[in-house]
Write a protein that binds this ligand. Structure first.
Ligand SMILES: NC(=O)c1ccc[n+]([C@@H]2O[C@H](COP(=O)([O-])OP(=O)(O)OC[C@H]3O[C@@H](n4cnc5c(N)ncnc54)[C@H](O)[C@@H]3O)[C@@H](O)[C@H]2O)c1
Length: 337
């Protein structure tokens, strides 16, 4: 049995806490929001974020960050990406040398263009940072539906440590040394999910969705490999796997926000209606900045940015994607003649 601190009591933090407790570990969940902790203490259920998932009696809930971090075998970093840096700053003094942190959020920081594991390492240099991601909606993990994820780390032993803590008969965990590829795929799929949602909102069909998923993955792979990620990672669970689930699922808030925009709502109206942090909006800006920095073509990401920030409508964006210069699907493949 391990002692685990989970930082963040949103849908994902709660679903993973439930999973880890089922695996026999002692879990303490922290949130900055006092009313959220009160609700969790009294009802042992997160009625807003993960209704219907009864949390085990042994689970502890607190707003005290120091006791959440102290003497824990693992810290699971599960706040939405926009709060990663501010939360890591608050935690810094409570993390001991060599303590393992697993980042489970998805995003790239605007302007610094840093991955979340890099932000945590910068703010808490004494920690050993790992990541866990893959096609895994909280709503399904909380029901014990079969799910697969990947634990990434620089050291094999750290990845295997995380794998062993999370793995169960309903949650299969692989390992990977490619944190960069994993985190990039996880963050940028949200941008493509906005586009896939827009296509659904405009009434397009499965052909369009398949095109966006496949060409979106081509963009992410182009950028990710230019940055040093492995091509295999983008063809795996944290790449195409996560992209498929996000573009297809009713649970995806990014797809839903895109859907509303496809139906004619503005980006602000769509986000207000979704009522949750739509991380693809932040990652879209960062993705465009990365594309420029690494001189990589990302036409879908460009159009999503224009829709989000420059007043273009999804209807205006579509012909720009369809009528781009004609080209080969895989430009590196040689012709026989
Ligand atoms: N929900 C999922 O299915 C899922 C699955 C895999 C990964 N993720 C990733 O995990 C991360 C968290 O997602 P989520 O669905 O739990 O989000 P969420 O919107 O449910 O999280 C909200 C929670 O964040 C915390 N919070 C709010 N304001 C804060 C602040 N100022 N500082 C620190 N914490 C604050 C609170 O506990 C709040 O309940 C995201 O990056 C998401 O992409 C989510």
């Amino acid at each position: 049995m391990a002692e685990i601190g989970v930082i963040g009591a949103g849908s994902w933090g709660i679903a993973l806490s439930w999973l880890l407790t089922n695996n026999g570990h002692k879990v303490t969940v922290w949130s900055v929001i006092e009313s959220e902790i009160e609700m969790l203490k009294t009802s042992h259920e997160h009625k807003d974020k993960l209704p219907g998932v009864k949390l085990q009696d042994s689970m502890q809930f607190t707003t005290d960050l120091e006791s959440t971090c102290k003497d824990k075998d693992l810290l699971v970093f599960a706040v939405p990406s926009i709060f990663t840096r501010s939360t890591a700053k608050q935690m810094k003094d409570f993390v001991k040398e060599g303590q393992i942190i697993t980042s489970v959020a998805k995003g790239v920081e605007e302007n610094s263009l840093m991955r979340l594991s890099e932000i945590i390492k910068e703010e808490i240099p004494q920690s050993r940072v790992t990541v866990l991601c893959g096609p895994s909606h909280a709503e399904e993990v909380g029901k014990g539906l079969p799910t697969t994820c990947v634990a990434g780390a620089d050291r094999k032993s750290d990845a295997e440590f995380v794998q062993n803590l999370f793995a169960s008969d309903v949650f299969r965990v692989y390992t990977s040394p490619d944190m960069l590829g994993m985190e990039l795929g996880a963050a940028l799929k949200n941008v493509v999910a906005l586009a896939a949602g827009m296509a659904d909102g405009m009434g397009f069909g499965d052909n369009t969705k398949a095109a966006l998923i496949t060409r979106g993955m081509a963009e992410i792979t182009r950028l990710g490999t230019a940055m040093g990620g492995a091509a295999e990672t983008f063809a795996g669970l944290t790449g195409i796997g996560d992209l498929i689930v996000t573009c297809a699922s009713v649970h995806s808030r990014n797809r839903k926000a895109g859907y509303l925009m496809g139906q004619g709502k503005s980006a602000d109206e769509a986000m207000a209606e979704v009522k949750m942090v739509v991380e693809g909006v932040y990652s879209a800006k960062a993705a465009l900045q990365l594309a420029k920095k690494y001189n990589v073509e990302m036409p879908i990401v460009e159009q999503v940015n224009d829709i989000l920030f420059n007043g273009k409508t999804p209807k205006e964006a579509l012909p720009e994607l369809m009528m781009r210069d004609k080209k080969s699907e895989h430009s590196a493949l040689p012709w026989k003649e």
